[in-house]
Design a protein around this ligand. Structure first.
Ligand code: FPP
Ligand code: MG
Length: 298
């Protein structure tokens, strides 16, 4: 079924008759297609579901093209990023093409679905901007972090679930909360993987977030636990290249204070809540998707 979404994305892009752009887009690795998977699982594979899932995946792809320019990322999903291959200008404009074409198609679907999806794109743009601004300083504010990852990542996953529920005439609220929890947990896990994975599995250097300025949940928790001298030491390492011994110091402190376990626990709580909702709704497939997310790389 996911194949039908892939084909619809190809059709949407193909209908622009811009072969050079289509060729670049075709080369972008598909990734997990989490948002489309959720939608198909919730609402089946009618034309409107496939169209909406393709639209959501195009928006997601556009946001990653822009994100890699913003983050100066040379790789995405283990291969060279579009900005690394074709330059930032092309990456931004190809993102704009994907994004605008997605909106062109969105006006043809259900009005409530269009509202939910377009609102999520506003949220993700605001969230990405917060990520950039927050990265300029060492952040110790957990609520600000949670709000930012909700907007940057969870909003579109939440919208995909809610939109699918609307199309399937199911209870919007249950699926919205399910998607929201999954999305927040997804970003928390992504942030943990930046610390625990090696460079090869990750497709980017480990501890890269902190070097970039991102004080993610594990760093917020670590800061809370450190003594005042150590707090200053951690702060002094923020947003700059780290030596091997500095990396080792951070990793040893994470271990000493069981920070990774604590951060994982927080993600697992959200996933368990999502699973509980789906158990009640009798949605076995959606329970499975949530479970799979937990062991995606741990
Ligand atoms: C990845 O975060 C980034 C996002 C999930 C959202 C990016 C959103 C935008 C650039 C908003 C504008 C987009 C459009 C189409 C209007 P990350 O850098 O923490 O994750 P990564 O490790 O996957 O790079
Ligand atoms: Mg990024």
């Amino acid at each position: 079924m996911l194949e039908s979404v892939e084909r619809r994305v190809e059709q949407f892009v193909g209908s622009l008759n811009e072969h050079d752009i289509a060729r670049v887009i075709k080369k972008i690795p598909a990734g997990k297609r989490l948002r489309a998977r959720l939608m198909l699982e919730i609402a089946g594979s009618s034309k409107s579901v496939i169209d909406t899932a393709a639209i959501v995946e195009m928006i997601h792809a556009a946001s990653l093209l822009h994100d890699d320019v913003i983050d100066d990322a040379d790789t995405r999903r283990g291969v060279a990023s579009v900005n690394a291959l074709y330059g930032s200008k092309s990456a931004i404009m190809i993102g704009d093409v994907l994004y605008s074409k997605a909106f062109y198609e969105l006006v043809a679907v259900d009005k409530f679905v269009a509202q939910v999806v377009s609102n999520a794109v506003v949220q993700l743009s605001i969230g990405e901007r917060k990520d950039v601004v927050m990265g300029e300083q060492f952040c110790t504010d957990k609520d600000a972090y949670l709000e930012m990852i909700y907007q940057k990542t969870a909003a579109l996953i939440e919208a995909a679930s809610e939109a699918a529920a609307i199309l399937a005439n199911k209870d919007r609220e249950i699926y919205r909360v399910y998607g929201r929890n999954l999305g927040v947990a997804f970003q928390m896990i992504d942030d943990i993987l930046d610390i625990v994975s090696d460079t090869e599995t990750l497709g980017k250097p480990a501890l890269n977030d902190f070097v970039e300025g991102k004080t993610t949940l594990p760093y917020i928790y670590l800061y809370e636990e450190l003594e005042s001298m150590e707090k200053e030491k951690l702060k002094s390492m923020h947003r700059r290249a780290l030596s091997v011994s500095e990396q080792q110091w951070i990793l040893s402190k994470f271990k000493e204070h069981k920070i990774i376990e604590k951060a994982k626990e927080e993600a697992f709580t959200l996933i368990n809540e999502a699973i509980g909702l789906m158990q009640k709704a009798g949605e076995k497939g959606l329970e499975k998707i949530a479970l799979k997310m937990v062991d995606r790389s741990f």
